[in-house]
Write a protein that binds this ligand. Structure first.
Ligand SMILES: [Zn+2]
Length: 311
């Protein structure tokens, strides 16, 4: 009986992952769900999966082929900070690899803060799997699924309808975030900043990471604008990455760029992928990671100089 049950569970798992792979995402865009794949979650009513298993299911549900062994090896090292759980009860875990430089920069990279930007998760996954195998210069902390409820629901916002990238408690949040949303965004529900700065549990999880890990550099991966955008000191000239030109997009009340760079002086690199065409370029993801690491080192040097000047 026990064996039968085990067999049944295995078969169920196989059928779930087969189904997830059978349905690759269509053209990604900022307004449409990027993926129709089955995304595993831990319903609040049932006991959550151990984070290593949840990580495995998440990373395997992302489009493209990756080896089970590689994913398992990376997911064996994920951790969860206390309180890092989505509104619907799914753990928000992270992967970490310590750098080998004498004074490694600490880089925090996150993807899928917007749940309908499925492709952004691929970058985080590629970086996790690579970091598992190499000895990087810098210390990396990678959060592949920042908004698990939104990913499940295929929405930009979290389960409460809040755009987490407008929910960071910037100094101007109380004065500007709601006003900016109503006036400039015509109260677009996809860009709802929430009732208050850091009102959302997912936002508070990220802030806990920033306070605890104290990153020197942040990377946020999005789609679909096809550019690299940087909130930080003027790195000249920024390293070239031909698929994605550098372009300043500016930042907004409650956005990560404004919160971490304008308010806390931690540079933020925003990677905006173009869409489906990026998906097969795993070696491009490697290059993007190396460029990001170089910008992190350059930006940190400039940032320290500016801070000394300001004293
Ligand atoms: Zn986005």
């Amino acid at each position: 009986m026990r064996n039968m049950l085990h067999l049944f569970l295995c078969l169920s798992l196989i059928s779930i992952s087969t189904f997830a792979f059978a349905d690759e995402p269509g053209a990604a865009s900022g307004s449409a769900p990027a993926s129709a794949a089955v995304i595993p979650v831990s319903p609040a009513s049932t006991k959550p999966l151990p984070i290593q298993e949840l990580c495995f299911e998440h990373l395997k549900a992302m489009p493209g082929t990756v080896s089970d062994a590689d994913v398992k090896a990376a997911c064996a090292n994920v951790k969860q900070l206390e309180g890092c759980v989505s509104h619907d009860g799914t753990p928000i875990y992270h992967f970490e690899k310590i750098g080998t430089d004498k004074n490694p920069k600490k880089i925090f990279a996150k993807a899928l803060i917007h749940g309908d930007e499925g492709l952004s998760g691929n970058v985080a996954r590629a970086w996790m799997l690579r970091l598992q195998k190499i000895d990087p210069r810098n210390t990396w902390r990678v959060m592949p699924v920042t908004n698990p409820d939104g990913w499940k629901l295929k929405t930009r916002t979290n389960a409460r309808g809040v755009d987490l990238n407008r929910n960071f408690p910037t100094k101007d949040w109380a004065d500007n975030a709601q006003k900016y949303w109503v006036k400039n965004m015509k109260s677009d529900p996809r860009r709802n900043p929430g009732p208050d700065g850091a009102s959302e549990i997912e936002t508070r999880c990220l802030i806990k990471h920033f306070d605890e890990f104290k990153p020197d550099f942040l990377i946020s991966v999005h789609i679909p604008l096809g550019v690299l955008d940087f909130d930080g000191p003027k790195v000249k000239p920024p390293p070239k990455f031909s698929p994605l030109p550098w372009q300043a997009l500016g930042n907004f009340p409650g956005s990560l760029g404004r919160y971490m760079w304008a308010d806390r002086k931690v540079p933020v690199l925003t990677i905006e992928l173009k869409g489906n065409e990026d998906i097969k370029k795993l070696e491009a993801f490697d290059k993007l990671q190396d460029i990001s690491g170089t910008v992190a080192i350059q930006a940190d040097q400039l940032n320290k100089k500016d801070k000394i000047k300001a004293q």
